[in-house]
Write a protein of this length. Structure first.
Length: 175
């Protein structure tokens, strides 16, 4: 009975597969939105102000950051929770694939969120005359919360790894 339960639980990891497929559809939608922005800007480039262009470029950077985050979560999540990706050509295999554990994914996601939040905050400051002070204040508070959370998670992760390393050293175990 125990073997059946274990096999069922292990096989249930494939229930995450539709989630990763859904994320890839989200990535397709981001790509469409990216090119929509490009198509929107081309006819207006000669009459657009420099600050307007900077805002559009910041939007493109924002989309690229979210897209990178999606790719990282899709690939790492799939490899960590479902199955190793069989990419025979090592030149095409991304260097970080297969090397990111849940902890490093969590830290990368947190730092990506901080970067995305930074871009949003910069866009807000670029249009500061159109934005309510109250909104700016809340955006800064939220951004600082993301920054502190990212630092906190990284610190906790560092302390956990240090604790594990000390345990191995203390017990003369190599890893």
């Amino acid at each position: 009975m125990e073997k059946i339960i274990e096999k069922t639980i292990y096989a249930s990891r494939w229930l995450m597969f539709p989630v990763y497929i859904g994320l890839s559809f989200g990535f397709i939608l981001l790509t469409v939105k990216f090119f929509q922005q490009i198509i929107f800007i081309v006819p207006k480039i000669l009459i657009m102000s420099e600050s307007g262009l900077v805002l559009i470029v910041l939007s493109l950077i924002d989309i690229a950051l979210v897209g990178g985050l999606l790719v990282m979560v899709m690939f790492s999540g799939y490899e960590n929770f479902i199955s190793k990706m069989d990419i025979n050509d090592n030149k095409k295999r991304l260097g970080w694939m297969g090397k990111m554990d849940v902890s490093s994914i969590k830290n990368k996601v947190a730092s990506s969120i901080v970067a995305i939040s930074s871009v949003h905050l910069l866009r807000l400051f670029m249009e500061v005359e159109k934005v309510l002070d109250n909104k700016i204040m809340w955006c800064v508070i939220i951004h600082l919360t993301f920054v502190l959370s990212a630092f906190g998670m990284a610190y906790i992760d560092k302390m956990s790894k240090k604790k594990v390393e000390n345990y191995y050293k203390k017990n003369h175990i190599t890893y």
